[in-house]
Design a protein around this ligand. Sequence first.
Ligand SMILES: [Fe+2]
Length: 305
Amino acid sequence: MAGCASAARSVMRALVLSDIHSNIDALEAVMAAAPPYDVVWNLGDLVGYNAAPNAVLERVQQLRDVSVRGNHDRACCGLYDAENFNSIALAAVRWTQRQLNEGSVEWLRALPKGPIYISAEERTAGPHSTRRTLAPGRLSTPVVRDGESTFGRDDKPDYKSNPCEIACVHGSLRDEDQYLASIADAEEQPIGPDCRITFFGHTHIQGGFAANADGEWMKLRPMYSKDDAAESYALDLRGPMRYLINPGSVGQPRDRDWRAAFALYDDEADRVTYYRVPYDVRLAQMRIQRAGLPEMLASRLRVGR
Ligand SMILES: [Fe+2]
């Protein structure tokens, strides 16, 4: 049944969402198009930029997901001084602060700082179990020392047979506000044999990075052929590699593709599938205009920038 958590099972499929940014129209399109899943991992920035913060928070709270906080979440609930935001982002923060009710502010303030780690046995604990299986703040073993990766030089762990862990962050493992935008950024990440896959957001760019057993990184970018219909792109994961995976932004993509972005991680198939789905972008733009938010926030949605 599309869009609904499945019955109890021994493997796990995680719907990975990020950077919804108060875009309820994009979020509803994603939830309608989502394949069956057991858990939702939400990588932060639920609010900011778009004009439906309360509707998005209500919808997300129904999902019983694992969420980490993003910089816009912190700014909108008063945990972070947004004075260093650009003027358009700051206008949206101030507007969002006026819209949020007390319960929403409290809920945002309680969002954990990433990374959140999810181990192999925790992943098989069944649906809706993630609230009690969080292990925030436990850092994995760094594998980059003195600028050189030690991963895989002497031993090449088989992640499919060893317990492995997954991390969920907003920016990066090092810093919740870091933009993982380049291979140089990826090379700095402390990803080791006990942390094979890190799901991250913040850049609003779908794709990510992968490293082979010799520590050589490459960019991942799903390839699509359309720009006005739903599409998916499957990435089969390989045992000795490690991954930084960005599901893309639900509510404000910046990779020149206006369609809402998300991903599904299937641990039995050992696969990440990226998705893009069209949504009623005109409606989202009208909400921004009616709210009196800067026009640029509406116009950028249609061009994915
Ligand atoms: Fe964001």
